[in-house]
Design a protein around this ligand. Structure first.
Ligand SMILES: NC(=O)c1ccc[n+]([C@@H]2O[C@H](COP(=O)([O-])OP(=O)(O)OC[C@H]3O[C@@H](n4cnc5c(N)ncnc54)[C@H](O)[C@@H]3O)[C@@H](O)[C@H]2O)c1
Length: 405
């Protein structure tokens, strides 16, 4: 085996804790070595800091200082809030490092285009780890082999409740902009960005290929009084003729795990239960759980790529074009984030926290997927239809245009 890849980690709390766990496992496997960490919130992370110090891992409070003062690095993992991804990835690329960048890479298409231009040697791998999961790989293999026949449609639905603490945990939660930097936080563009990105992967022709839609329609809504949205419904079309539907929410009391269904003219295959189960109606036997850890597998694939054992990162920046074009085009299509009138939702309590529940929403998101519809097609009183947007030519959007004051 080659020398372990020498990592810095930027952002050690939140999802950074999962990165630390993965990096420790990878260190034990001889694949990686964590050299240093950057996170300004030292007091909140005092225990993490002292256990890392015991392992000889240095701590910086500023990522620029880390990049300036740590000469012996091969790669940097960026596990920070969304509005920081763009400048941190750009700085790490300027330093010539491989970059494992948490999903979503950046909120806006113009930022993605800028980073793609900076990443001349395609050294960025984006942490959309589900693409590396056995479940998604299985679905893609069936699609590539033609098991479902000609694929016509890919559908996703999910209802994941989120409570007060989720929105209060960080200043960027529920925001469109933070100090002028794009955030675009919400179910489709943060927690449930994975299945949307998987649609782009599953639509691609070859095993590693992604596609980007030509046309998108979208609707964004809010029940909770946030700047951003907590209900989103989108549909789109690829040049191949495949269409997709994607409807998700956090404004729900009922939980429905995400389901991704690929429908062809010979039958359908799906992932259900938040990605845990694979099924089909094609008579093909399905592998049995438990599946390996996708987060760890994604890192292993990235390290294999950075050490020359794999041709490319599982998700390169360019492979996020479909995801970014879809979310940006859907927002342009929606025109604004539509508030849902309070007569259509209630506030419910779980211990000391509040959740918002739009009447019937869990069933509505599932109907959008099963019937191939947008929420506004379901004749609900708060539904607001968007206009179709040709996204191939979309070069930039401004989130400030979609904030209601
Ligand atoms: N891959 C996944 O399944 C997954 C899961 C959860 C979150 N995420 C993604 O991870 C990212 C972070 O989300 P989160 O909820 O953990 O965020 P968070 O707000 O909890 O922040 C993560 C860490 O970044 C640190 N941080 C903040 N500002 C910093 C700065 N200037 N320099 C260095 N560190 C800084 C914070 O102190 C914190 O420790 C987001 O892009 C999110 O979408 C991915």
């Amino acid at each position: 085996m080659s020398q372990p890849l020498r990592f810095a980690l930027i952002g050690a709390g939140g999802v950074g804790a999962a990165h630390l766990t993965a990096l420790e496992t990878l260190e034990n496997e001889g694949r990686a070595r964590l050299i240093c960490v950057a996170d300004p919130f030292v007091e909140a992370l005092a225990n993490t800091k002292s256990s890392l110090a015991a392992r000889g891992v240095r701590w910086h409070t500023d990522f620029q200082t880390l990049l300036e003062q740590e000469p012996d690095l091969d790669a940097v993992a960026i596990a920070t809030p969304i509005p920081l991804h763009y400048k941190m990835a750009a700085a790490a690329l300027a330093r010539g490092l491989f970059v494992y960048l948490e999903k979503p890479p950046v909120p806006l298409i113009q930022q993605l285009n800028d980073l793609v231009a900076l990443d001349t040697r395609q050294k960025v791998g984006v942490g959309f780890q589900m693409v590396s999961s056995q479940q998604v790989q299985q679905l893609k293999q069936w699609k590539v082999e033609g098991a479902m026949g000609q694929v016509e449609s890919i559908r996703v639905s999910a209802a994941w409740p989120r409570f007060t603490r989720y929105y209060e945990r960080a200043p960027w939660a529920g925001k469109m902009l933070l100090n002028g930097d794009p955030v675009f936080d919400g179910p489709a563009t943060n927690a449930l960005a994975h299945p949307l990105h998987n649609i782009m992967f599953l639509a691609g022709n070859g095993m590693d290929d992604f596609d980007a839609p030509t046309e998108v329609e979208g609707e964004f809504y809010r029940a909770r009084p946030i700047e951003s949205y907590d209900v989103a419904s989108m549909r789109g079309r690829f040049e191949s003729g495949i269409t997709f539907h994607f409807t998700v929410t956090h404004a729900t009391e009922t939980t429905r795990g995400f389901r991704i269904e690929v429908i062809g003219d010979k039958g359908a295959a799906w992932i259900s239960d938040n990605g845990d189960m694979v099924g089909n109606n094609l008579g093909i036997p399905c592998p049995v759980s438990p599946f390996p850890d996708a987060f760890l597998q994604s890192y292993r694939n990235f390290i294999a790529f950075a050490t020359g054992k794999r041709q490319r990162a599982p998700t390169r920046l360019e492979d996020c074009r479909g995801y970014v074009l879809t979310t940006n085009g859907a927002l342009a299509s929606s025109g604004s984030i539509h508030p849902i009138d309070s007569k259509h939702w209630k506030i419910y309590r779980v211990e000391d926290e509040e959740g918002y529940d739009v009447a019937g929403i869990a069933d509505l998101v599932e109907r959008c997927a099963s019937e191939g519809k947008l929420l506004s097609d379901l004749q609900i009183p708060w539904g607001r239809k968007g206009h179709a947007v040709l996204v191939r030519g979309l070069r930039s959007i401004q989130l400030s245009d979609y904030i209601s004051h």
